[in-house]
Every structure is written in structure tokens, then in C-alpha cells.
Design a protein around this ligand. Structure first.
Ligand code: B16
Ligand code: MG
Length: 219
């Protein structure tokens, strides 16, 4: 525990908050199919891949859909979602998050993203964080989604570090389970802090400076 050389950040729910856009896009698709979709179901989609998210939504659907029809629905959702992401700007990056990232980097830690999202690079560009991270492992380079540890193991590999030298930061229970399965320590926010599996349960993002031994920067 401790003396980390790298920190691997989940994106949605940790660096930024795209929940409302995922919700709006899935809601449009669910309404079209005439099925119930609410915040409780949306919460189950955190950290889960696009196709796995669709399967969760379709639990409420009576009919049968072909693989091709499911692909089309996932594609439709993604187009709606990407349109909404265009509204994001650097103002959506909280000063606390940016100051903490800068403090960790100043302390010599390598920083990576470990996200299920295939839109990771677009979101980082919207936040003007394209090029900021030392490595990006996301939905475009994995074949298995969280709670499988693949996304974090690849992030550590891209950084050239062993899992025990990296801390994973997550907001989803599936993400903490992935970190545990990969042999990583983890720091949880929100639901991930409450699940009892995270190495550190955090109330604020800025607590990372203490966990990683960095000097806190003023937000
Ligand atoms: P996309 P994370 C995840 O990102 C989201 O939490 C989850 O709700 C979403 O379904 C998944 O990315 C896939 O996103 O459709 O953009 O590929 O939390 O792992 O950063
Ligand atoms: Mg997340």
C-alpha cells in the first residue's frame, strides 16, 4: 500500500460528469422502444460498456431483437450522446480536479486514463486535456469491460508500471472490482467509496494528494 508511481483515472464520474448526457441519450432510445428507463437503471450503467448497457436497458423489453438491431440502437444512442458531448467545454473540468492532477504530476507521478468509453479522446479534447495524460487505455483498446481488469492492466502496461505501483481512481463498483481483480489499490468516490472494496474511501478528489504523498495545490 502507498508509494505509488502512477495513478489511473476512470473518466466518467471521476474526471468529468457525462451521466446526464448518457441518461438523455438512452432515454430517447428507451422511449422509442416504449420501455421504462429511470435514474436507478441509469446508475447501473456506470462503467459498463455501451453494448452491455443496452442489454441492461433491454431487460424491460418484451420482444426479441436481432444482433443487427441492437447494433443500430447502440449506434443511435452514441450519435445522440456525441451531439450532447459537443456542449462540454473546459468549464466542465472542476478547478479541484485540475489542481489535484497538476499536484500529482508535480510530485513525479505518471497519470493515465482507464475508461470503458470509446469517446474518451473526444471528451478529453472537449476538456482541453487532450495530450495531458501519459497514457490512455479506453473502450477502443479493450475486449472485456469492467469488472474485468483489462482496461487498467493495459493502462499500467502503457505506463510501464506493475499494478502494485499504480492507484486506480473510480466512481463505480464495477471499476473497484476491476481494480481488485487486477491487483491494484483503489480510491473510490461516491458509490465506489461506499462499496467496502476500495482501499481508500474518498469524500473529495483532492484527498488523492494525501494518499499519493503529493503537496496539495490550491484549487
Ligand atoms: P461509450 P467510464 C463509461 O465510462 C461510462 O461510465 C458508462 O456509462 C458508458 O456506458 C461507458 O463508459 C461506455 O461509453 O458509449 O462512450 O463508449 O466510467 O469507464 O469512464
Ligand atoms: Mg466511471
Amino acid at each position: 500500500m502507498g508509494s505509488y508511481q502512477g495513478v489511473i483515472f476512470d473518466l466518467d464520474g471521476v474526471i468529468c460528469f457525462t451521466d446526464k448526457y448518457h441518461y438523455a441519450a438512452w432515454k430517447t432510445v428507451a422511449d422509442k422502444l416504449g420501455i421504462e428507463f429511470n435514474e436507478t437503471i441509469n446508475n447501473r450503467l456506470r462503467g459498463v460498456s455501451r453494448m452491455d448497457s443496452l442489454e441492461i436497458i433491454l431487460e424491460k423489453y418484451d420482444g426479441e431483437l436481432t444482433a443487427q438491431e441492437k447494433e443500430a440502437l447502440a449506434e443511435e444512442k452514441n450519435e445522440l450522446y456525441k451531439k450532447l458531448l459537443e456542449r462540454m467545454s473546459p468549464a466542465d473540468l472542476s478547478p479541484e480536479v485540475k489542481a489535484t492532477l497538476d499536484a500529482l504530476r508535480a510530485a513525479g507521478l505518471q497519470l493515465a486514463i482507464g475508461s470503458s468509453s470509446k469517446n474518451t479522446k473526444f471528451i478529453l479534447q472537449r476538456l482541453e486535456l487532450g495530450g495531458y495524460f501519459d497514457a490512455i487505455s479506453d473502450g477502443t483498446n479493450i475486449t472485456r469491460s469492467k469488472p474485468d481488469p483489462q482496461v487498467f492492466l493495459m493502462a499500467a502496461e502503457f505506463l510501464g508500471l506493475q499494478p502494485e505501483k499504480c492507484l486506480v481512481v473510480e466512481d463505480a463498483q464495477a471499476g473497484i472490482a476491476a481494480a481488485v481483480a487486477g491487483g491494484f489499490d483503489s480510491a473510490g468516490l461516491g458509490e465506489a467509496a461506499q462499496c467496502g472494496q476500495a482501499t481508500y474511501a474518498m469524500k473529495t478528489f483532492a484527498e488523492l494528494t494525501g494518499i499519493c504523498g503529493a503537496i496539495p495545490a490550491k484549487a
